[in-house]
Write a protein that binds this ligand. Structure first.
Ligand SMILES: *[C@@H]1O[C@H](CO)[C@@H](O)[C@H](O)[C@H]1NC(C)=O
Ligand SMILES: *[C@@H]1O[C@H](CO)[C@@H](O)[C@H](O)[C@H]1NC(C)=O
Ligand SMILES: *[C@@H]1O[C@H](CO)[C@@H](O)[C@H](O)[C@H]1NC(C)=O
Ligand SMILES: *[C@@H]1O[C@H](CO)[C@@H](O)[C@H](O)[C@H]1NC(C)=O
Ligand SMILES: *[C@@H]1O[C@H](CO)[C@@H](O)[C@H](O)[C@H]1NC(C)=O
Ligand SMILES: *[C@@H]1O[C@H](CO)[C@@H](O)[C@H](O)[C@H]1NC(C)=O
Length: 497
């Protein structure tokens, strides 16, 4: 039993540990030691600090962090110092600045100034830097050494000092590389007892054929070079950019690219045209219709009735960009669900699945209940306005029923007794069908009238369409307007101005 528990606990611990992201032990770095607390395992966000041995200079960050099973940032480095002995200076005929000779340690990236004695010439520069344990000491060349005959030559470069037949020991020539060539080494060579010191090298530039740029739809970002080839000096970079309407084939969210000339032939990126496919819009349409669209092309979006364009930027226009259609066109459903049921009441007319914005639905209460609030509700964006309620009024009539396009003349009460009456009137120009008076009888209202849309038509129209008046127009309209008359339409009301 005990061993089982032990095993289970171990298993749980294993699950816990393996669920944590773990980094490997922090690596050893030459000439450095870890000064932060050592741990058995290194988990996410654990940090480790390094310190270089005395005399060594740290390059990079002294702290590293366990981040996603990797140590970040890059591991630091400890750069070695340079040492110069008094004996070394003596054999090289060198002095330190101020005519001194002593053994010395120089930290990496620090410099020393050197001198030669009177009868010697120092190969420039006199200031030399220690780079990770290495320091190129200048030479002290004896003026009494043998002459050099003729000057040295370099490829793709020229001597810019005066040319001579004979050069004295200690004299020098200066070089310059030809256009686009980069110099590696000192630009001066010295005549040292009959031979020339190391000459510089002129490194080839990178050649980019203009035809290739053209083929790959990319161009130089600044400066129009009309020559056949474009040259980038060794060690330099050049910014390229896709032609307008094009993006990098490798990453369509970018059009700029930098190429470096570092000895290997640079890879010229390829650009592709920005295109958009016709969008898929549910419950909407767009113009113009094409099989493919290009950068900057505009589409006008038309949403179906009951759907709203989103985001509504007023224009309802989207643009083809490198990231596709912007903004992304969408028609959202703004229709209302079926209206809410009213306790002790019901909805007038049939109930539909969906209602368009501004559509109205009216309620009535069952006998013995009075409608409190507005009789109708209106569909707004996906929601209804506040519904009324039906209040118990104990066997009496409630608020008189709502008549579309009509009003009650009297100020309505909350309830009415038997034989109480109300009067309806239709809104301006609407014709009333039925009696304007409605009576409460044992909790029920008698039949309400309806209000109909009138039609107007000119006499000319009526003559043309052979319409006859059903009854004589009233005197007022006849005498005043002359051209317009009211009449009842055959079946349902129409309007014709
Ligand atoms: C070396 O020294 C120069 C200034 O003397 C400094 O700008 C540079 O950052 C230093 N480089 C390193 C690697 O410390
Ligand atoms: C120049 O070189 C010769 C032999 O090549 C040597 O004997 C002589 O000492 C050198 N002179 C100087 C000043 O270094
Ligand atoms: C060395 O060159 C100089 C001038 O260039 C000349 O005057 C001198 O005579 C030459 N010495 C020898 C030994 O050739
Ligand atoms: C040669 O190098 C020195 C020091 O590095 C510099 O001052 C000089 O301008 C260079 N000459 C040419 C022609 O580049
Ligand atoms: C494409 O470029 C974007 C913007 O610079 C960058 O965030 C993204 O990581 C790049 N994608 C790829 C696959 O290189
Ligand atoms: C709205 O779009 C949906 C999804 O494409 C479709 O099922 C529905 O029939 C559309 N409604 C109307 C009213 O067009």
């Amino acid at each position: 039993m005990k061993s089982w528990l032990f095993w289970a606990a171990g298993f749980l611990l294993w699950i816990y540990c393996s669920s944590q992201r773990v980094c490997e032990e922090p690596p050893d770095i030459n000439f450095a030691e870890i000064v932060s607390e050592k741990k058995a395992t290194y988990l996410e966000n654990d940090r480790v600090q390094y310190r270089c041995n005395p005399g060594y200079v740290l390059e990079g960050s002294e702290w590293i962090l366990c981040n996603g099973q990797e140590w970040t940032p890059r591991l630091p480095k400890c750069l070695a110092p340079c040492s110069i002995t008094k004996e070394q200076l003596a054999t090289e005929n060198l002095f330190l600045f101020g005519g001194r000779r002593r053994t010395q340690l120089i930290q990496s990236n620090r410099s020393l100034v050197f001198q030669c004695s009177e009868e010697y010439i120092l190969t420039v520069p006199s200031v030399r830097k220690c780079v990770d344990g290495h320091m190129d000491l200048p030479l002290c060349i004896s003026k009494s050494g043998r002459n050099c005959s003729g000057s040295p030559r370099i490829e793709n470069g020229d001597i810019i000092t005066l040319s001579e037949q004979q050069y004295r020991s200690g004299s020098s020539v200066e070089f310059r590389c030809q256009k686009y060539y980069a110099m590696e080494g000192q630009n001066r060579s010295f005549c040292d007892n009959g031979t020339w010191t190391k000459v510089p090298v002129c490194l080839d530039p990178c050649t980019i054929p203009r035809a290739k740029l053209e083929r790959q739809k990319i161009e130089v970002k600044v400066g129009m070079d009309v020559s056949e080839n474009i040259y980038v000096q060794h060690g330099r970079s050049m910014e390229l950019t896709c032609r307008t309407g094009y993006v990098l084939a490798a990453n369509s969210s970018q059009s700029d690219s930098i190429i470096h000339c570092d000895g290997t032939p640079p890879v010229i990126p390829r650009c592709k045209e920005i295109t958009c496919n016709p969008p898929r819009i549910s419950n909407g349409s767009f113009r113009p219709q094409r099989t493919i669209y290009h950068d900057g092309d505009l589409l006008r979006i038309q949403c179906d009735h009951g759907f709203n364009y989103e985001p509504d930027n007023g224009e309802r226009v989207v643009e083809c960009t490198r990231n596709g259609w912007s903004p992304s066109p969408k028609c959202v459903d703004v229709r209302c669900p079926p209206p809410p049921q009213l306790p002790n009441g019901q909805i007038n007319g049939i109930i539909k699945e969906r209602y368009l914005p501004m559509e109205r639905v009216s309620y009535r209460c069952r006998s013995g209940y009075s409608l409190i609030g507005r009789a109708f509700i209106t569909c707004l964006k996906q929601r209804w306005t506040e519904a009324p309620r039906c209040a118990d009024i104990g066997g009496r009539c409630g608020r008189p029923p709502h008549v579309d396009d009509g009003d009650i003349v009297e100020i309505p009460n909350s309830y009415y007794n038997t034989n109480d009456r109300v009067t309806y009137q239709c809104q301006h120009r609407y014709k009333m069908i039925g009696s304007p008076r409605v009576t409460c009888q044992n909790g029920y209202w008698s039949q309400t009238p309806t209000c109909r849309v009138p039609c107007t038509a000119s006499e000319e129209d009526m003559r043309q369409h052979k319409i006859k008046l059903r009854w004589k127009p009233d005197d007022k309209i006849h005498s005043e307007a002359g051209r317009e008359v009211d009449f009842e339409c055959e079946r349902r009301s129409v309007s014709d101005g």
